[in-house]
Design a protein around this ligand. Structure first.
Ligand code: NOJ
Length: 528
């Protein structure tokens, strides 16, 4: 049963979601306490960001034990309780999987550092001798996608037991996230063990970060004409087409292994982060024996411009059409500036974000909402001193990183914790968040939360959402209008600066007030 085909999946960035019990610790127990809210919102499933034991350099995406719960977030009993409660609320639970790298704190990497070049311990990672005199230069010219070189040098023991500058290891992210070597069977066996571990604990699926990574080209060759900042220029989102660190042919065997494991557990799903612009190469990840779904980031990357939005939608649909897999839609997650801010901030940014969420929820396929998106939260401009994202340090303080979109969710009340916590939140919450709390927005029928709740409800109950593809209508300049094939519901977006006539039909929902029969700028409407 493919429960995910039209699902609305709510992403919980665990450390920012809720410290319901007010003890300063954001744990899985707190999520249990908020399940009623998520059910009310109409979510079908949750995606939990990593809660595994971690050195927390990349907030959990540096996994130090992939088959455990970090004590900060609880224990396995809490996790089992969360799964059971979520299922009772009709919510499926998907979790992150980080197969490209481990934490440098994982027992494997510690053992590798203790061992000699050529040892089986080092063979689980990419250790190589350096180039140049005394091997003092990195083995190749790759750069990390969070800035700086992709290699770090370690100490090796010599025959006298002394430690001297020795091999280098590869890390496409920070030095605390060494890439594992997917030509090593132990790496395969370890991931299989992790998959089964969580599936046996009842998870409904996985989200794989950097699903286009993992496999590396044989011999780790230099990248021709590689500028020094080539890695950082890719960043976490930009298409990786033509960058040989990613989309290596061998990656598909890894996805086949993952899928083969999941196929033993009916009703479980795996979605991968596939940052590939070329539709044909993108679709390879969605062959019947690979991923069930793939994130593409076209909609996230499109500016608030009707042509750009339409192109992003068309390309996303075309990329999955051949393989018959539902598209996925994302406007927001923990790696990208929030839509309100991206679309210009302030009242126009908020209006545009509200309009775009109606566009997104009108589309066929799977919609991902990021915690706080339903409240119309903007990014927070944080002072330098509190920044925690490793991008800030790694870029030599030129990239502020992703903390601005990760500020905790305001639930109710006032500073400093706005019901997120009764102690200090891990990132400061601004006064503006006090006007955007869940409690207030639940009471206000004009709030973003009320809009999204209503939209999700209509999406589930109205017959106009049945079609699996999209038909476009002619629309005034700067606008777009579409409906799902074979259905009656029309979604119209006005991204122009002018008032435009509404398409014919009964208005079901609008993202902002209409002006008589006219659709104002920065507004979307659903009509039946
Ligand atoms: C993808 C995650 O979304 C991102 O937050 C993380 O930094 C990288 N993977 C590295 O694991």
């Amino acid at each position: 049963m493919q429960w995910w085909r039209d699902a609305v999946v709510y992403q919980i960035y665990v450390r920012s979601f809720s410290d319901y019990y007010g003890d300063g610790i954001v744990d899985l127990q707190c999520i249990r306490a908020r399940l009623g809210y998520l059910e009310l919102l109409g979510a079908d499933a949750l995606w939990l960001s990593p809660f595994f034991t971690s050195a927390m350099v990349d907030h959990g995406y540096d996994v130090a034990d992939p088959r455990s719960v970090d004590p900060v977030f609880g224990d396995m009993d809490t996790f089992d309780g969360l799964i059971a409660d979520a299922h009772e609320h009709g919510l499926r639970v998907t979790i992150d999987l980080v197969p490209n790298h481990t934490s440098s704190e994982y027992e494997w990497f510690r053992a590798a550092l203790e061992s000699s070049p050529g040892s089986p311990e080092r063979a689980r990672y990419h250790f190589r001798g350096g180039r140049g005199p005394d091997g003092a230069e990195p083995p190749n010219n790759w750069t990390s996608i969070v800035g700086g070189p992709a290699w770090t040098r370690v100490q090796d023991p010599d025959s006298d037991g002394e430690w001297n500058p020795g091999e280098w290891y590869l890390h496409l992210l920070t030095p605390d996230q060494p890439d594992v070597n997917w030509t090593n069977p132990e790496v395969w066996a370890d991931l299989e063990k992790t998959l089964r571990f969580w599936l046996d604990h009842g998870v409904d699926g996985f989200r794989i970060g950097i699903a286009d990574g993992m496999s590396k080209p044989e011999g780790l060759p230099d990248i021709e004409d590689c500028p020094e900042d080539a890695g950082a220029a890719i960043g976490l989102f930009a298409p990786v087409d033509g960058h040989p660190r990613f989309d290596d042919a061998g990656v598909h065997d890894i996805h086949r292994m993952i899928r083969a494991v999941l196929d033993h557990y009916p009703g479980r799903m795996v979605v991968g982060e596939v940052r590939i612009g070329d539709s044909e190469r993108f679709a390879r990840y969605l062959r019947p024996d690979e991923l069930h779904l793939a994130f593409n980031f076209r909609l996230v990357q499109a500016p608030f411009d009707a042509d750009a939005v339409r192109t992003a939608i068309e390309q996303s649909l075309a990329a999955v059409e051949e393989v018959g897999v539902p598209p996925t839609w994302t406007l927001s997650n923990h790696d990208v500036s929030r839509p309100v801010t991206r679309y210009g901030g302030g009242p126009p940014g908020r209006a545009r974000a509200r309009a775009m969420v109606l566009v997104e929820l009108a589309l066929p396929g799977v919609v991902y909402l990021f915690n706080g998106e339903e409240l119309g939260l903007p990014d927070v401009e944080l002072p330098d001193a509190v920044l925690q994202d490793p991008q800030w340090e790694r870029s030599g303080h030129t990239e502020r990183g992703r903390d601005g979109c990760r500020v905790p969710v305001p639930w109710e009340g006032g500073a400093p914790g706005y019901g997120f916590t009764s102690s200090q939140p891990w990132l400061p919450m601004p006064p503006e968040y006090g006007r955007l709390t869940v409690a207030d927005q639940l009471e206000d029928t004009a709030s973003t939360l009320s809009l999204i709740r209503r939209a999700v409800e209509l999406r589930k109950t109205h017959p106009g959402f049945d079609g699996r593809s999209v038909e476009w209508f002619g629309a005034p300049a700067g606008c777009l209008a579409f409906r799902r094939t074979g259905s009656t519901l029309v979604c119209a977006l006005n991204a122009s600066p002018n008032l435009v006539p509404l398409p014919p039909g009964e208005v079901l929902l609008v993202s902002g007030p209409l002006k008589g029969d006219l659709l104002p700028p920065d507004t979307a409407a659903w009509l039946a």
